[in-house]
Design a binder for this molecule. Sequence first.
Ligand code: NAD
Length: 257
Amino acid sequence: MDISQGSVLVTGGAGGFGGATARRLAKLGARVVLADVADERGRALADELGNGATYVRTDIMSEESIEAAVAAAVALAPLRAVVIAHGGPPPPVVGGRVVARDGSRLPLANFTHLINVYLNTAFSVSSIAAEAMAKSDPLADKQRGVIVNTASIAGFEGQVGQVAYGAAKGGIISLALNMARDLAPVGIRSMAIAPGTFLTHAFDGMGRDKAQETFGPLVLNPKRMGEPDEYALLAEQIIVNDFLNGTTIRLDGGQRF
Ligand SMILES: NC(=O)c1ccc[n+]([C@@H]2O[C@H](COP(=O)([O-])OP(=O)(O)OC[C@H]3O[C@@H](n4cnc5c(N)ncnc54)[C@H](O)[C@@H]3O)[C@@H](O)[C@H]2O)c1
């Protein structure tokens, strides 16, 4: 897929994965729309990228907000790619294990919230972007666009306390092929990346050194956390390589626990 004459939408565009991917896609010539709620980081990155890059404040929990971000991308150029890499608000009730040490079960509100943040919003962005892509003129080979979702190795091997997050990411893994099948007639591909443990803003609270010390040794080889640009490199390859479709690629240095 040649995105040099098109636009791309990156949710979580001011974040670790989103920001690194936006940098690569801007270098390919695409008009990049950064959708996020981190206004300062988003605006600074849009300025850095140039080439018509725009930050659009987008609350991923609102379909109206997502629609506005997609419309902003379409206004720049035909939408050719969407990279879905956002976080979201913390759950209204804390929780982790199905049954906690005090004997109480995980509140449904916690489970539902995480499914909403990581799975339902990914479907919203995917379907709203696909609707816009389907209306565009196709490129060579009848290709119109590509959707890149972010799963997690927790979608394959969820850890203790990750039942809701793991289920949401398992859903993303399932979406990859289902959406590829549904969208094939309109020339749209669907893929997902399942990252292991990466040093992004998600670990700002913990501190980079502490995060590296804690999670680096869990990786088989190399013994360190992933760098956001390693995710971006794969996202770029998925976008430009028309033969990647309908699957989830693990990106985890061989980590299996
Ligand atoms: N970092 C990892 O180790 C890792 C591993 C597997 C999967 N993931 C997944 O990668 C995705 C991106 O995470 P990241 O590690 O780049 O984190 P990050 O914190 O660097 O980026 C997430 C971005 O989402 C934005 N965001 C938060 N709430 C939002 C909202 N309501 N609307 C729009 N944007 C919002 C944040 O402002 C931030 O810029 C997430 O889906 C996460 O589950 C991360």
